[in-house]
Design a protein around this ligand. Structure first.
Ligand code: C2E
Ligand code: SIN
Ligand code: SIN
Ligand code: FE
Ligand code: FE
Length: 377
């Protein structure tokens, strides 16, 4: 037998780029042997909010549960298997009580009859769940499960490694802020809130703009880094307790271009240019002060010339700046800020993005309650 006859069955993993592509590939290799595995889906867990968010799905037909979010505390069956630290096989979903949780219902409405659910761990860290589904009942037999287990662990390590890169990037940006001599007037909770507002807007616009769950997650991850360029602004301007002069504002406006340059150099120095969706971060840093009427900076882009991720983050940033205390202004009430957003809508801020945020007043309150200012920021 030719010693080169065997082909590495996972060889293409090295050539694929995004987690979505890697999962699609793993799914296709699974189906060669087990064609009844028709859906592989990943939900990520976020400890700060106890939220599970759909992240990546590979399925032949429609993908049920896109843009789905639920509190883990509300998913009793998932909590149970996490507590036991054991995967769960359901070989006939008919056995599930009808009218249970909405996510289980949509899985049934997708025509799925069998499911295998695994909690994902890497290095002891709980990352989320992977779901394998089939439209055929009684297919998840022991020898199949062994292969699904392996696939699940592979997915866990892929996620862990990608998240590691993003965490390194976020930590590096934070260190850069701390090392630079200025004290950042933007607190940690401010950044958390604005990440959540950005995600809220992106979720609301997901249908219209065909955003994937992964895209939305990266908006969430990258939006707090939008002002990294402020580390280049001298303290006497950044921390000025009053209104900026025209000259000072000219200096201040360099922070977006400087932010993009800093990100580019971090990506190079840390070899992180392979991070997924990195273009989002570059656009957010550079364009988050563009205005739809062309009066923004640095490039005076208009309307759709401004990348949508920057239009989204811009609304989140302004709303959060308005409702937060700054050295140059007190915190405004939500109602005052809503009024201001409506005024800026269609002129400075993208009208659809403003609309998307304003639709979710309850959720805004929930975010503000979760990430309130305290003495730790
Ligand atoms: P920031 O504090 O994060 O504010 C982000 C954006 O929110 C501002 O972008 C602006 O569009 C909006 N914003 C914030 N506060 C107000 C407000 O009281 N009224 C209105 N109408 N809009 C507000 P902008 O103007 O490009 O400013 C960029 C950054 O420049 C600000 O980031 C802040 O760090 C600094 N800055 C702006 N104006 C002043 C000022 O008068 N004094 C000082 N010390 N800094 C300022
Ligand atoms: C899913 O498949 O995405 C969730 C359904 C479940 O809880 O098993
Ligand atoms: C983040 O969560 O990515 C940034 C928020 C912070 O700096 O606290
Ligand atoms: Fe900014
Ligand atoms: Fe900002």
């Amino acid at each position: 037998m030719d010693i080169y006859q065997h082909k590495d069955s996972f060889g293409s993993l090295n050539q694929t780029q995004t987690i979505q592509e890697k999962v699609n590939y793993l799914h296709s290799t699974l189906k060669l042997r087990h064609p009844f595995v028709e859906r592989v889906a990943i939900a990520l867990y976020e400890p700060a909010t106890d939220m599970l968010t759909t992240y990546v799905q590979s399925s032949e037909g429609p993908s049920p549960l896109e843009h789905y979010q639920a509190r883990l505390a509300d998913c009793q069956s998932l909590l149970d298997l996490l507590e036991k630290n054991q995967p769960r096989v359901v070989n006939d979903l008919d056995l599930f009580a009808k009218g249970s949780q909405p996510h289980t219902q949509s899985i049934e409405q997708g025509g799925y009859r069998a499911s295998y659910t695994m909690p994902l761990f890497a290095e002891g860290v709980f990352l989320g769940f992977v779901f394998f589904n089939s439209t055929q009942a009684e297919v998840f037999e022991e020898h199949v499960l062994r292969e699904l287990d392996m696939t699940g662990h592979l997915i866990a390590f892929m996620l862990y490694s990608e998240q590691g890169k993003v965490k390194t990037l976020v930590a590096t940006v934070r260190s850069a802020k701390e090392f630079s001599h200025h004290r950042d007037p933007e607190t940690g909770s401010h950044l958390e809130r604005m990440a959540h507002y950005s995600r809220l807007i992106a979720l609301e616009l997901a249908g219209e703009f065909s955003f994937s769950d992964q895209y939305i997650e990266h908006i969430f991850l990258f939006s707090p880094l939008h002002d990294i360029g402020k580390i280049t602004i001298p303290d006497n301007i950044l921390l000025k307790p009053g209104k900026l002069t025209d000259d000072e504002y000219d200096v201040m406006r360099t922070h977006s271009k400087n932010g993009r340059d800093i990100i580019d150099s971090l990506l190079q120095n840390y070899g992180l240019d392979g991070v997924e969706y990195i273009e989002l971060l570059r656009n957010i840093a550079l364009y988050h002060h563009e205005a739809v009427d062309g009066t923004g900076y640095p490039e005076h882009l208009q309307q759709e010339e401004i990348p949508i991720e920057a239009r989204i983050v811009s609304v989140a940033d302004v709303f959060d700046a308005l409702t937060s205390h700054r050295p140059y202004k007190p915190a405004w009430s939500n109602d005052e800020a809503f009024k201001k957003l409506r005024e800026m809508s269609g002129e400075k801020l993208d009208a659809q993005c403003v609309q998307a945020l304003l639709k979710h007043e309850q959720e805004i309150l929930r975010i503000q309650r979760t990430f309130y200012e305290n003495s730790f920021g």
